[in-house]
Ligand binder design. Structure first.
Ligand code: F6P
Length: 517
């Protein structure tokens, strides 16, 4: 919770320049740079001092963060509106549930997906007599963004294996592009859906089945389908062979599910061993989060900084700037993870929340974004904290382009912090146009290098920092009731039952012919 004491700190610090805070002597730098699991978090460009940081940590303790962390990791009911634990960490052996039924289920399902991935990769599973050369993941939200991100992020670590493609959009073009150029007899579709009731995924799955049946005959098409779902009965009812329905429990949230059978396309395309390394990196971060004192805890520091910027300093959004071509999809992934977890306005008890909840998260990859929206960040009226995510190896690389990439990222953080004042006496006409206010906070997150393990650690860091924020906001980060209404209204439109809909929507649907007059 944000106490009046913390808000007084905010008022005090608003009077300081970021430059003065960043240049301050003493142990500020030591306190605001943390390393764990191959990831370094540097908060020294934040509008924060050690006094305020201690107050935030004290507030976290008073909010019961340590007890709630234990409850999360040991399988307590941390998602009360659905009556579930949140044990996605179990899929990287990062939870404290050894010997439990949950642990056995995880072990079983992981063995099943590994075995199937090895059969596909070795050619032992070749339903039409030819080895699978392309795996197409059909899914959306958490059943798409995680696999899509990891496939791209670890592309440089991916040896031989089936190509991976992803279909999330209902637009027929998405499926067409995913199968373009493929020999239909060498394609394997994975229908990834926790609920196995998501309209987009089911319609695209049916379209894929129709496409393949048209190519190789309906009697053979079915063997080219697998499923990853927490509703295995529905997957089997869809027509997928039970031997290729890979289940996971409902206590793995969609946006937290890449570690589970939802990662099957990755185990096939990149290999089970690489996927195991990815999980191992997350386990490294889990272990740190579980035992490090709050003062030395990287996810805690990151979560408190984001709470401070959002709820104390009042910045409504945060920009994720990944300075790595392979992390171009990171902002999209973080966007769902954070905004679907923290975009809530009532507390766990169901009362109006006194704090704003999580920030709007957006971003892209650098240096490209310096040539699109950084003008707005530097001279616009809104202050948006930026998370610069880079690769530490680039800074001392022999490759001049990697060094330039690192230099650009460091320069942008310095420019946002310091700004620039042009003396009107020197350039009377353009001084105000060329001046930049500065005083804009940023954080720097460095992966030692981009590897399966550091990527796993980064994503686990993000998951745990979201949990820290949820404790400070006293909200449930694991449900998502806000997405239900849109699904109901879509069904009404497609069923033609819009009598209760607003006039604007009715007119739109009539004018465009979706629904007749
Ligand atoms: O957006 C709502 C949501 O339920 C997400 O939480 C989820 O990741 C996505 O839709 C897909 O759901 P499913 O995996 O059940 O198809």
């Amino acid at each position: 919770m944000l106490t009046p004491d913390l808000l007084q700190h905010a008022d005090r610090l608003k009077g300081e320049t970021l430059r003065a805070l960043a240049d301050a002597a003493g142990d500020r730098a030591n306190r605001m740079i943390r390393r764990a699991a191959g990831v370094e978090f540097d908060a020294t460009k934040q509008r924060l001092d050690t006094v305020t940081l201690d107050a935030l940590i004290d507030a976290a303790r008073k909010a019961g963060l340590e007890e709630k962390r234990e409850k999360l990791l040991s399988g307590g009911i941390v998602n009360p509106t659905e009556g579930r634990p949140a044990l996605h960490m179990a899929y990287r052996q990062g939870a404290r549930i050894s010997g439990s039924q949950e642990a056995e289920l995880v072990e079983r399902t992981q063995a099943q997906t590994r075995a199937f991935a090895e059969q596909v990769r070795s050619g032992a599973y070749a339903p039409s007599g030819k080895p699978i050369e392309r795996v197409v993941n059909i899914g959306i939200g958490g059943s798409d963004l995680g696999p899509r991100l990891i496939a791209d992020a670890l592309a440089d670590h991916t040896g031989s294996g089936p190509q991976m493609r992803f279909v999330a959009s209902l637009d027929p073009s998405d499926l067409q592009h995913a199968v373009a150029g493929a020999d239909p007899e060498t394609v394997l579709f994975i229908v990834a859906s926790k609920s196995f009731s998501t309209q987009e995924t089911l319609m695209s799955g049916e379209a894929a089945r129709d496409w393949l049946a048209g190519k190789i005959g309906p009697e053979r098409a079915g063997a080219h389908f697998a499923a990853a779902s927490a509703a295995p009965d529905k997957a089997r009812a869809f027509g997928i062979d039970p031997d290729r329905v890979f289940d996971f429990p409902d206590w793995v949230g969609g946006r937290y599910s890449v570690w589970s059978a939802v990662g099957l396309a990755l185990e096939i395309g990149q290999g089970p061993d690489l996927f195991a390394d990815f999980r191992a990196g997350a386990r490294d971060m889990d272990s740190h989060f579980a035992v490090a004192p709050l003062e030395d805890n990287l996810p805690v520091l990151k979560g408190l900084v984001d709470v401070w910027n959002r709820a104390a300093l009042g910045y409504p959004s945060r920009c994720v700037a990944a300075y790595s071509a392979r992390l171009g999809k990171l902002a999209d992934y973080f966007q769902q993870l954070e905004m679907e977890s923290l975009g809530k306005s009532v507390t766990i008890a169901g009362h109006p929340g006194p704090t704003p909840g999580g920030a709007l998260v957006w971003g892209g990859s650098g240096t490209e974004i310096q040539h699109s929206f950084f003008q707005w960040l530097h001279q616009g009226k809104d202050v948006v904290p930026v998370d610069f995510i880079g690769i530490a190896r680039h800074f001392a690389s022999d490759n001049p382009r990697e060094r330039a990439l690192a230099a650009n990222m460091a320069a942008q953080g310095a420019a946002l912090l310091d700004g620039r004042r042009i003396d009107p006496a020197v350039e009377p006409a353009l001084a105000s146009h060329k001046s930049m206010p500065g005083g804009r906070p940023s954080a720097t997150i460095l992966l030692d290098d981009l590897t399966p393990r550091t990527l796993g650690a980064l994503i686990a860091l993000q998951e745990h920092k979201v949990f820290v924020e949820s404790v400070m906001y006293d909200i449930n980060p694991f449900d998502q009731w806000g997405v239900e209404l849109g699904k109901v209204l879509t069904k009404g439109i497609l069923d033609g039952d819009i009598s209760e809909y607003d006039a604007s929507t009715k007119a739109l649907l009539a004018r465009t012919g979706l629904i007749g007059d």
